[in-house]
Ligand binder design. Structure first.
Ligand code: 13P
Ligand code: SF4
Length: 299
């Protein structure tokens, strides 16, 4: 059985397996810890094991390496990228900053290490509002790469940011029509969506939450049925943790092909062959760490 082999290899390698909420159910089940980007970043700081195997997408493994550089960080499939993270380059951001002297540059954690190195602070969907509230209202902000998360936070705080036109192709598949259909099929069920969704979709939902926020909501809400507007991998965790409640995807099309590149087979291979190691050049890591540490200091 692959899961047993993985646990044996993890013990032999003194490895901890971290998995994002969007991973396949079998990966979540074999992992030591499953969480959202913020929870996983915090976990990465604490890891005392020699090896971190990161089942997620590349920027998440890179963030773990930046935060805990003395550990060996492995990713089962290094081609598991985040297309949104690749929608802005460090050079493009430098050009934008040059056109806006005095502005603060803020990146969503879904960005490359090179982009983080150019930023004053980083945010995740779990702490973006709290982090952005630390800026005085008059501070000019450049927000990259997700125009939807940036627009959501600007709206919540009543501010205006210069938004980079990046977006998540997976969450772009969720439409207002799909939410209306889900409400007809599950009357009374609250509809949760991720802030990476488009503005009209966010407005059509009841709550806009990070994946960790959705897990907390599911635990604490008295609702017995909940419609979930994010990547469908999270349904495994929601159902496992809340056996008495029902969770319905707002759309079956919300699948992140990169998250699905993590399989039991390549996780086993990663531990067996100690591959593929994630590295970040020191100079980039040091500057990127400042932006991530500034975020973690806020909460
Ligand atoms: P969370 O931090 O909410 O888990 O989101 C990560 C992500 O990539 C969403 O698409
Ligand atoms: Fe990137 Fe979207 Fe996949 Fe999240 S769901 S990792 S933002 S492509």
């Amino acid at each position: 059985m692959l899961s047993a082999e993985i646990r044996e290899l993890a013990a032999r390698r003194r490895a901890v397996i971290l998995a994002h909420n969007y991973c396949r159910g079998e990966i979540q089940d074999v992992a030591d810890f499953t969480g959202d980007s913020l929870e996983l970043a915090r976990k990465a700081v604490e890891v005392e094991a020699d090896v971190i195997v990161f089942c997620g997408v590349y920027f998440m493994a890179e963030t773990a390496k930046i935060l805990n550089p003395s550990r060996t960080v492995l990713i089962p499939d290094p081609s598991a990228g985040c297309p949104m993270a690749d929608m802005v380059t460090a050079e493009q951001l430098r050009e934008l900053k040059a056109r806006h002297p005095g502005a603060k540059a803020v990146c969503y954690v879904n960005s490359t290490a090179e982009v983080k190195a150019e930023c004053d602070i980083c945010v995740t969907s779990g702490n973006a509002e709290k982090v952005m509230a630390t800026f005085p209202p008059e501070q000019e902000i450049l927000f990259v790469p997700d125009r939807h998360l940036g627009g959501h936070i600007a709206g919540m705080l009543g501010r205006e940011y210069t938004l980079w036109p990046g977006y998540c192709p997976t969450h772009a598949a969720l439409t207002v029509k799909a939410i209306e259909d889900a409400r007809r099929m599950h009357p009374g069920a609250p509809v949760l969506v991720h802030p990476e969704c488009a503005r009209d979709v966010r407005a059509a939902a009841d709550e806009r939450l990070s994946t960790g926020g959705m897990c907390r909501y599911a635990r604490e809400s008295s609702a017995r049925e909940i419609v979930v507007g994010t990547e469908t991998g999270i349904l495994h965790r929601l159902r496992k943790e809340n056996p008495g409640k029902s969770f319905y995807p707002a759309s079956e099309r919300l699948v992140c092909p990169n998250m699905k590149k993590n399989t039991l087979e390549n996780l086993r291979d990663a531990l067996r062959d100690m591959k593929t190691e994630v590295t970040v050049p020191d100079e980039i890591a040091e500057r990127a760490r400042r932006a991530i540490a500034a975020m973690l200091a806020v909460g």
